[in-house]
Design a protein around this ligand. Structure first.
Ligand code: NAP
Ligand code: HSE
Length: 429
């Protein structure tokens, strides 16, 4: 029998228990031994749980899991950095196999935890940390190990994608759409991590660690959330032939050594796979030097899709334990230092919405401020008619320009007396 200590039994932990029960005999045959959830660590032991758990196995004392020598595998689905980091450190030191879905912990301390796991000859598996049920970690770690990854671009936060989709397609308010995502179990305990882009940034660090062999613990990824995307931006994007999506992008910078990492809303052309990745679906587009493009897509959040990934990891690490080959998975990951390219160097196209007072010469001032910094305009739309005191929206799509140039121009324009508020800029993918 393989004995498991489950740290946390909320949305994902509940899904793990459910899936292990539903597929118990198949999983036992595959591992070569039945899987027994021997201990379950929670905060509140009196909570009613679905599925129901044997009360005798529930504990609020972490040492009941970590110090029990009969427990073979620790599955961490409690979230947060502390005390999860301390618990996993202790479990690794005790020679237990590890499965975690905790992307925040991995983004901040993943390289360190992998190093410790390697030292102690145990596996550290984390398929559930990125893309919910999509097998993107395995693909990067194993299937594409022979290739050089040039870039990754993904929709990797289910909550943000769900919120953007419900606002655009069904006219929901931002707050109502976030509430729905929370009710469905997609959101983090703190949903500002989802809508503010932090969760996608954590996942991007985890993916980049595998894709580029980069030691990125605590890397500061330039991040913008979807909270500033207004219904009018969806309407203008549509008019120009785009859809607004929250993207996470990682690529080798032009010199081939530094990494460009960023998370932000972006205009994505309507007829592309990413634009049509809706609701809670995630998608990760990978570009390999030899492989070319590869797209993975599926449900990116929620109890059962994530449980599929976590239990698959459990099957892998339990099988390795049973066969006496623990640690191979961790040994496969080698990390080295990589510099991050500054955001100011990013070159792309931009959508910019100005709220301007309709006075003669205003457009010339705006285009002048952009032109002086080398930003040229591809398309321009003025919606309706304002007055000298009532602003009107003027929206532009630019040609490719450096981030530093557009930011400098927008700062000057934002301080002028002919705009009602700071311009809204969304990058075009
Ligand atoms: P959740 O529903 O809030 O569940 C967290 C569980 O951990 C609860 O059972 C809670 O106990 C327990 N817990 C939290 N802190 C604890 C502590 N200090 N001591 C003991 N128990 C503690 O969260 P979740 O949505 O399942 O997410 C869990 C992890 O999976 C997070 O790292 C999250 O980022 C990741 N993840 C989530 C999803 C998703 O779709 N939800 C997908 C992929 C990855 P009580 O039940 O007693 O409160
Ligand atoms: N809160 C996360 C999301 C869960 O919405 O994508 C899946 O990692």
């Amino acid at each position: 029998m393989i004995k498991v200590g489950l740290l946390g039994c909320g949305t994902v932990g509940g899904g793990v228990v459910q899936l292990l029960r539903a597929n118990a005999s198949y999983i036992a045959a595959r591992v070569g031994a039945p899987i027994d959830i021997a201990r379950v660590l929670v905060r509140d032991p009196s909570k009613v749980r679905v599925p129901e758990l044997d009360r005798g196995r529930i504990t609020t004392d972490a040492s009941a899991v970590l110090d029990d020598p009969t427990i073979d595998v620790v599955v961490e689905v409690m979230g947060g950095v502390d005390p999860a980091r301390e618990y996993l450190g202790a479990a690794i030191a005790a020679g237990k196999q590890i499965v975690t879905a905790n992307k925040m912990l991995l983004a901040l301390h993943g390289a360190d935890l992998l190093e410790r796991a390697r030292k102690h000859g145990v596996d550290l598996a984390f398929e559930g940390a990125v893309g919910g049920g999509i097998p993107v970690i395995r693909v990067l770690r194993d299937s594409l190990a022979s290739d050089t990854i040039v870039s990754l671009c993904g929709i990797i936060n289910g909550t943000s994608n769900y919120v953007l989709t419900r606002m655009r397609q069904d006219g929901l308010s931002f707050a109502d759409a976030v509430k729905e995502a929370q009710d469905k179990g997609y959101a983090e305990a703190d949903p500002t991590l989802d809508v503010g882009g932090g969760d996608a940034a954590h996942k991007l660090v985890v993916l980049s660690m595998l894709a580029f062999g980069a030691r990125l613990d605590g890397a500061r990824v330039p991040t913008e959330g979807i909270d500033a995307v207004e219904p009018i931006d969806h309407a203008f994007a549509e008019r120009f032939g785009f859809v607004v999506k929250q993207l996470a992008i990682a690529k080798l910078a032009r010199d081939g050594s530094a990494l460009e990492l960023r998370v932000h809303p972006a205009l994505v052309a309507k007829d592309t796979a990413l634009a049509n990745t809706s609701g809670v679906l995630n998608a990760v587009a990978i570009e390999g030097r030899a492989l070319g493009p590869c797209l993975l897509s599926g449900r990116g959040a929620g109890d059962m899709p994530t449980a599929v990934s976590v239990v698959a990891d459990l099957v892998d690490v339990a099988s390795a334990k049973k066969s006496g080959i623990s640690g191979n998975m961790t040994r496969a990951i080698r990390l080295g230092e990589r510099k991050l390219a500054p955001m100011a160097d990013v070159e792309t196209r931009y959508y910019v919405r100005f709220s301007v007072f309709d006075r003669p010469g205003v457009l010339a001032k705006i285009t002048g401020a952009l032109g002086e910094r080398g930003v040229s305009i591809e398309q321009l739309v003025q919606q309706g008619r304002g007055t000298e005191d009532v602003p009107v929206d003027v929206v532009m799509l630019t040609h490719e320009a450096k981030e530093a140039a557009i930011q400098a121009a927008l700062e000057v324009i934002g301080k002028s007396d002919y705009v009602a508020h700071a311009p809204r800029m969304i990058r075009v993918h």
